[in-house]
Ligand binder design. Structure first.
Ligand SMILES: *[C@@H]1O[C@H](CO)[C@@H](O)[C@H](O)[C@H]1NC(C)=O
Ligand SMILES: *[C@@H]1O[C@H](CO)[C@@H](O)[C@H](O)[C@H]1NC(C)=O
Ligand SMILES: *[C@@H]1O[C@H](CO)[C@@H](O)[C@H](O)[C@H]1NC(C)=O
Ligand SMILES: *[C@@H]1O[C@H](CO)[C@@H](O)[C@H](O)[C@H]1NC(C)=O
Ligand SMILES: *[C@@H]1O[C@H](CO)[C@@H](O)[C@H](O)[C@H]1NC(C)=O
Ligand SMILES: *[C@@H]1O[C@H](CO)[C@@H](O)[C@H](O)[C@H]1NC(C)=O
Length: 576
């Protein structure tokens, strides 16, 4: 599929800030605040909504996207409301591909082709059908024994052919099997002239003609061909053709209404239809062998339902979802890693509006592109939001990247800032029980909740929170910040008890590597993952706190080590 690479200059002030540094403290990876609040009720999100049309206008003015020929639509959604929380559409003013637009304009249900976002549907369906991630370790020949026709080779792939026994479902799903692209001079099954190969013809071509692009698990190397094979695996698992398998495994249980790998039928389809066929348009080009790689038709409504189902673990268990949403291979970029088949963007998000400090937050995305159409699907587990971008027109290949940047840099950043805003309002404060008390703060340039002080029966205890692995000197002037671990339980009264870990550090964190403004190659200091949740012989589990949250508000802080339940006393102070 078309994977046009266009370099984008930083569009927004946020990306352009040169002197942006990591936060003084090293947070745990993952959400640093709670995301169980309505984003649309925060100032940060309202500002973002107000700003977005201006961001688009700037992209047009800077001639990054041509408003005359490009049509696009975006949708941002939240796991708190389960709804769209922002949408925006632009229809080409002088469409040049004779495209037809839905009457009444492009909307939530307007269908386009999503290209390689199809790969995500394919892997999700395989995981859902298999009932977990174990399938990633299965050899592909377990499902397609035809591929084991030749005896396994000593090496996993030679210059001329594959040792298919050594190729797992996981290797294919992470672009690490060496299966390369569909295009290959001797592979006829993918040409528009011959789009009706049978599965056995296709597998025979993969077996006899396909040449490996690398050894198995060398590194991610984009491989459409592997997804053609995965589609056959899904068909084998379900006993259905690809489109029916997607309907049965995903559409039916989730309630997807307009998703499939076959051209939507009917005279008044709500779609941006570009006529002409390849190479102008992929509309109606329904090669079912390539469909698992790039053949899905969908719309925002269905992509939102799909995204919410992933973030809310509707088809997989929560731990399977977390395991799936992890990197499985690096690229040569420090800010892009690859999952199955996630394209993980490691965002350096400013921790507050205008802050010069960032933290790393991982955005799980999948991009797609075909003649005339491109798409981006993105989920931010840290913030409980997701978004989709759908683009149609002759410049769709390049346009998706700056539009992705505009949406992500506006709304993911806004969600980060909104979480801080919410924490300042609902979590910071003074909590106490007699002569025991704790003050929690939220400050502009810092992440997590600051533990300003902690007294137990009149005695200062904050300095007891040390990290054995770091040999932090006890009693020294440490900063201590609390981060959610994700563990929580619901009480009878509807409140939740959430585990937070207190992470002590001496600031500034020195030395950091050169890439973070320090010197050298190694990071010896941002190592909180290394030293959190240790059992300290002297203090026990002193870094563990339970935060009791009712109706979104922190009402009590519980320390097991001190055996205290410190209830909210007042709003406390905040610098956010
Ligand atoms: C959103 O969906 C989740 C998961 O199905 C559900 O638990 C929650 O109550 C829903 N929230 C709203 C506001 O509908
Ligand atoms: C658009 O339609 C006109 C009239 O049928 C045709 O001449 C032209 O080639 C079409 N343009 C494209 C890009 O398909
Ligand atoms: C490939 O798979 C075969 C059969 O399972 C096995 O004997 C062989 O060791 C594997 N080769 C490599 C390089 O992993
Ligand atoms: C595939 O298409 C070609 C060209 O249209 C045709 O000759 C051939 O019979 C078709 N094969 C099958 C299996 O439908
Ligand atoms: C917390 O407790 C200490 C020691 O009992 C006391 O000195 C301090 O004033 C208390 N702080 C607050 C905010 O109640
Ligand atoms: C914390 O430090 C105080 C003061 O040094 C001490 O009295 C207390 O026992 C310590 N608590 C723990 C759990 O070590």
């Amino acid at each position: 599929m078309l994977w046009s690479l266009v370099s984008i200059l930083p569009l927004l002030s946020l990306a352009a800030a040169k002197d942006i540094q990591p936060t003084e403290e090293c947070p745990l990876l993952g959400p640093t605040y709670s995301s169980d609040f309505d984003l649309t009720e925060t100032n940060a999100f309202s500002e973002a909504k107000k700003d977005f049309p201006g961001v688009v206008k700037k992209i047009f003015e800077d001639e990054i996207v041509d408003p005359k020929v490009s049509s696009f639509t975006i949708d941002v959604f939240s796991t708190f409301t389960n709804k769209s929380i922002y949408s925006y559409s632009h229809q080409a003013t002088e469409p040049s591909l004779n495209e037809s637009f839905p009457e009444g304009g492009i909307g939530d249900k307007t269908i386009i082709r999503v290209g390689s976002v199809s790969k995500l549907f394919t892997v999700y369906a395989i995981l859902a059908q298999a009932g977990g991630l174990e399938v990633f370790d299965h050899s592909v020949t377990k499902y397609l024994p035809e591929l084991a026709q030749y005896p396994p080779k000593e090496k996993d792939n030679t210059l001329e052919s594959f040792a298919w026994e050594n190729i797992t479902i996981g290797a294919l799903a992470t672009h690490q099997a060496g299966t390369g692209q569909f295009a290959n001079p001797s592979i006829a099954c993918f040409t528009p002239e011959k789009d009706n190969c049978s599965t056995s013809e296709f597998l025979r071509e993969m077996l006899e003609e396909k040449v490996p692009s690398q050894p198995v698990f060398q590194s991610p190397l984009y491989s459409d061909g592997g997804f053609g094979v995965l589609g056959r695996v899904l068909e084998k698992m379900t006993g259905k053709n690809y489109n029916d398998a997607i309907q049965i495994v995903l559409s039916k249980p989730l309630g997807l209404k307009d998703t499939g790998s076959i051209i939507p039928k009917g005279d008044d389809v709500d779609a941006i239809i570009i006529p002409g066929g390849p190479p102008t348009s992929a509309w109606g080009f329904d090669n079912q062998l390539t469909a698992p790689s790039g053949g899905i038709y969908s719309n925002h409504a269905d992509l939102r339902t799909l995204g919410l189902s992933i973030l809310q673990s509707k088809l997989l268990t929560p731990s399977e979802t977390r395991a799936w949403m992890k990197p499985r291979g690096h690229t040569s970029s420090l800010v892009t890693t690859i999952g199955a088949p996630w394209e993980i963007n490691r965002l350096t998000l400013p921790v507050a509006p205008g802050s010069k400090h960032y933290r790393v937050s991982d955005l799980y995305t999948k991009g797609g592109g075909q003649p005339g159409y491109t798409a981006i699907f993105a989920l931010s587990p840290d913030h409980g939001i997701g978004f989709s971008v759908l683009v149609a027109g002759p410049t769709a290949g390049g346009d998706r990247w700056p539009i992705r940047a505009a949406v992500g840099e506006t709304f993911v950043a806004a969600a980060e800032h909104a979480a801080k805003e919410n924490a300042a309002k609902k979590f910071s404060g003074v909590f106490g029980d007699g002569k025991s008390n704790m003050t929690l703060t939220v400050e502009k340039d810092h992440v997590g909740l600051g533990m300003e002080n902690w007294y137990v029966d009149g005695v200062e205890w904050r300095a007891n929170i040390t990290q054995p692995a770091l040999s932090l000197p006890k009693g020294k002037d440490l900063i201590v910040r609390l981060y959610p671990t994700g563990l929580e339980t619901t009480e009878d009264d509807g409140s939740t008890i959430r585990q937070y870990r207190a992470v002590p550090e001496i600031t500034p964190l020195n030395p950091r590597p050169a890439i973070e403004g320090g010197k050298g190659l190694f990071d010896d200091r941002c190592i909180t993952w290394f030293s959190t949740a240790f059992y300290d012989l002297e203090t026990g589990i002193i870094d563990e706190f339970h935060l009791k949250v009712r109706n979104g508000e922190l009402v009590a802080v519980i320390s097991k080590a001190a055996e205290k339940v410190m209830k909210r006393k007042n709003g406390g102070k905040t610098g956010a």
